[in-house]
Design a protein around this ligand. Structure first.
Ligand code: HEM
Length: 354
């Protein structure tokens, strides 16, 4: 390894050492660390900023400055700092890259805008108000003055609430999202789905971290709004409040095997394609934490965000299954990226979550 690389890894280790030394048993502090913010009920407003940094020590310095602030954030602010594949090259650390971290490949149907994809770093700051999220994000970025904003989006989660151990919000198509996420009350704990486990073949420093996928998905809201509600619900495979089309409660799972031809829940509906429950198709393993964005009638939609410890069992496998499904008629993916959120809290941050 180059001297620069060793110094950069030392930088990561130093962030961890500081976190362990300071955190003690204070759950509020621990909650503020970068990765745990991923597991907290999301605050209603977010600023996502993808940053490009100069190569060399400056790449390391920019990450360390933002990681330090993310680790120490509090007062209702949730923050994550994530690394793109390109950061590892710039920092001279290509050999330390998480095994599946590449720049996001285009998927069928994507029309990616160069100004809305990738980034060496991704800083996510969420808070109770849009003003607070914006103010924190911009003031933090001043500590990394060499970082240039590659793209930035502001998002919001209306009707944000918790139900049955899941965080819910309403998207701009009028549907509640979050019911199909892993629950903090039952099933595999979200942390197990999100965090890289020891012995998984990932570099040692990546253990406890998470792959983050972002997709900037534009909605054709006028086209959607012109559809009768029953058509929208067939496209989605759930009613707007989350109830399944066969009447199963939002928190349950319908018996798809009793509906093999999709008479009740169409086979190509979004939720059934995403998680068909058929033998050989394992349930998706990811925690979705999306936000709406609205910049005007022709630029609005979803900042789809998913955290997972395995990209194939999480986002990528599901995205391939969704290709060409009816929801695509109303949506267009124009941006996003693949990133890795290191666990900079370095304690056992999950005990206290919910
Ligand atoms: C294109 C815009 C999208 C919209 C409007 C949308 C909307 C929804 C809605 C309303 C639900 C049902 C409630 C819930 O479980 O959260 C849902 C479920 C789900 N979506 Fe999406 N989604 C979109 C994109 C995606 C993408 C890109 C993926 C991943 C590749 C994805 C994966 C899932 C999964 C895994 C479920 C849960 C299925 C289950 O287990 O029941 N969605 N989505």
């Amino acid at each position: 390894m180059t001297r620069r690389g060793a110094m950069a890894l030392g930088g990561l280790a130093a962030v961890c050492a500081m976190a362990s030394a300071d955190s003690g048993d204070d759950p509020v502090f621990t909650a503020a660390g970068s990765l745990p913010a991923v597991l907290l009920p999301p605050a209603p407003h977010i600023v996502m900023a993808a940053l490009d940094v100069p190569p060399g020590q400056e790449a390391v310095r920019a990450f360390a400055a933002l990681a330090h602030l993310a680790r120490d954030s509090g007062g209702g602010t949730q923050a994550t700092i994530a690394l793109g594949a390109s950061w590892f090259d710039k920092a001279g650390l290509a050999g330390a890259r998480p095994t599946a971290l590449t720049s996001m490949p285009p998927f069928p149907g994507d029309v990616l805008d160069d100004g809305l994809v990738h980034g060496d770093l991704l800083l996510q700051v969420s808070a109770a108000t849009a003003e607070r999220a914006h103010q924190v994000s911009t003031s933090w970025r001043r500590t990394a003055p060499s970082a240039r904003v590659r793209w930035e989006k502001r998002g919001f989660r209306p009707d944000s609430r918790l139900s049955d151990g899941r965080a819910l919000a309403r998207n701009l198509f009028g549907f509640v999202e979050g019911h199909g996420n892993p629950s903090f009350r039952s099933g595999p704990p979200p942390a197990e789905v999100v965090r890289v486990a020891p012995g998984s073949g990932e570099p040692r420093w990546a253990v406890g971290g998470s792959y983050q996928v972002v997709r900037v998905i534009r909605f054709a809201t006028r086209l959607w709004d012109a559809e009768p509600v029953h058509v929208q619900e067939e496209v989605m495979g759930r009613r707007r409040d989350g109830t399944w089309l066969d009447g199963t409660a939002p928190t349950g799972r319908p018996a798809f095997d009793a509906d093999p031809d999709g008479k009740l829940t169409p086979l190509d509906s979004h939720t059934r394609r995403a998680n068909p429950g058929t033998p050989g198709v394992p349930a998706p393993r990811m925690l979705r934490r999306g936000y709406n964005y609205h910049e005007g009638p022709d630029s609005q939609g979803m900042l789809f965000v998913a955290f997972q410890n395995d990209l194939e069992r999480g986002f990528a496998g599901v995205q391939r299954r969704l290709a060409g499904h009816p929801l695509d008629r109303y949506t267009l993916t124009v941006g996003g990226g693949y990133y890795f959120v290191p666990d900079i809290s370095c304690g056992d941050p999950f005990e206290f979550v919910i």
